[in-house]
Design a protein around this ligand. Sequence first.
Ligand SMILES: *Cc1c(COP(=O)(O)O)cnc(C)c1O
Length: 242
Amino acid sequence: MNNTYNNPDSNPESQPSEALAKVADNLRKVQANIPQGVQLVAISKFHPNEYIQAAYDAGQRVFGESHEQELAKKVTSLPKDIKWHFIGHLQTNKVKYIAPYISMIEAVDSLKLLKEINKQAAKNDRVINVLLELHIAEEETKYGLTLDACRELLKAGEWREMKNVQICGLMMMASNVDDEAQIRKEMTTAADFFDEVKATYFPDAPQFCERSWGMSHDYKIAVQCRSTMVRVGTAIFGPRVY
Ligand SMILES: *Cc1c(COP(=O)(O)O)cnc(C)c1O
């Protein structure tokens, strides 16, 4: 796997303009590895507005953040035509803050959260696009619905009455391992499950079409495993400074 990212901050001599040029350069390199039809979500969490602006100036329009307060600050000072995806674990009491503007909430992992998104979207007179997050990776710390829990949620059918959310597909994170075969296995499980859900619940719903998997270390595998949406941070912006 390719871990040779260009860290915009790695050279202490580097001028800000060089760091920003590196972001644009990294973005082009990632874009070149992604086939047509796969959307790149640039994951900008913990990175400064200048880096986001540099990626924007290089043509990127879709960005992902995982913390509501950080996102709120960025939204007010960056271009208005950016589409923001919320990719982190979202607490129900935070939904109201992002409901007015969020373009997609990627990590819906409970019926309770789905209901709250529907409620807050209705208050804002809009329909919010969401993905259901699957838990397939072997790591215990990861959020998400097991395949059975996801089947249950869909079978129960309450979501059909929610007029202000649109379920657009599935999202998952593979295990954070070097074993390419394991990553491939998990992503293939997700892709097969997508087909099951599509056939059972969304056969006539063209909006149910997204398979969001692939991060900096595994997006090249993800696009071979039918990903339609990769979420890449480090390979574009360099390591995050927490
Ligand atoms: C941080 C994050 C990413 C991006 O990770 P990188 O390794 O920096 O590409 C993708 N998806 C989710 C859910 C994340 O939290």
